[in-house]
Design a protein around this ligand. Structure first.
Ligand code: CA
Length: 231
């Protein structure tokens, strides 16, 4: 995985950040603290967080879902971009990592927007569906165990409204997905997921090569004339 945009030389990457990144101090502190963590590479890139804030604001999102919180950088980005009455349902299994997230949500004054569910995300997503919350979310971000991406995507597709957006992280997986020699479980899972989504007529699709690769899947409101050709 990569926590800066793949394929850019350092000089150009630093230039990109210098002309665009508007990272508040609280996000910078969280990013720097997470970078020292042994699993710090799991953190999203700052330009990606800012891009997701753009998406959330473009959509006028109020209710969002996050599958995979880690230390909370992405949820904090989204929470800061949401209106005052915005809400995030956040799913994770790690008390340890999310303790860092909670500390920063509090410090940033957005903790009241975020409901953290500490149990396997599938259980939380199924519970939301059982409670009648299908079709009520504007936006979902999936960034958790890659073997379950397909399951998370299917549940999220039920939970977002028509015209809602699902954003999936790490779809370029540091380039390993494109290397047929690489056959580990996570790589295979992402490759299979990417292949299926390519031909999924339920969504409008774009794969954006920012950070470690970000798929945007928009739940279609109506049949369009942009059907994927089967390949
Ligand atoms: Ca990720």
């Amino acid at each position: 995985m990569a926590n800066s945009t793949l394929g850019l030389e350092n000089q150009l990457y630093n230039y990109l950040l210098s002309i665009s990144l508007r990272e508040p101090d609280i996000l910078q502190q969280l990013r720097e603290e997470t970078a020292k963590h042994p699993m710090g590479m799991m953190q999203i890139a700052p330009e990606q967080g800012q891009f997701m804030q753009m998406l959330v604001q473009l959509m006028g999102a109020r209710k969002t879902l996050e599958v995979g919180v880690f230390t909370g950088y992405s949820s904090l980005c989204v929470a800061l971009a949401l209106p005052l009455n915005g809400q995030i349902v956040a799913c994770d299994v790690s008390e340890e990592y999310t303790a860092i997230a909670r500390r920063y949500w509090e410090a940033a004054g957005v903790a009241n927007k975020i409901a953290l569910h500490l149990r396997p995300a599938i259980n939380t997503l199924d519970k939301l569906i059982a409670e009648g919350q299908a079709g009520t979310f504007d936006f979902a971000f999936i960034d958790a165990d890659k073997e379950n991406y397909e399951v998370y995507f299917e549940r999220s597709l039920q939970l977002v409204r028509n015209g809602g957006l699902i954003v999936i992280d790490n779809v370029l997986w540091s380039g390993r997905v494109a290397d047929p020699q690489v056959q580990d479980q996570s790589t295979l899972a992402i490759r299979t997921f990417n292949d299926k989504l390519r031909n999924d007529p339920r969504v409008t699709l774009s794969v954006v090569p920012i950070a470690d690769g970000l798929t945007l899947a928009l739940k279609r409101r109506w049949a369009t004339m942009m059907e994927p050709e089967q390949n």
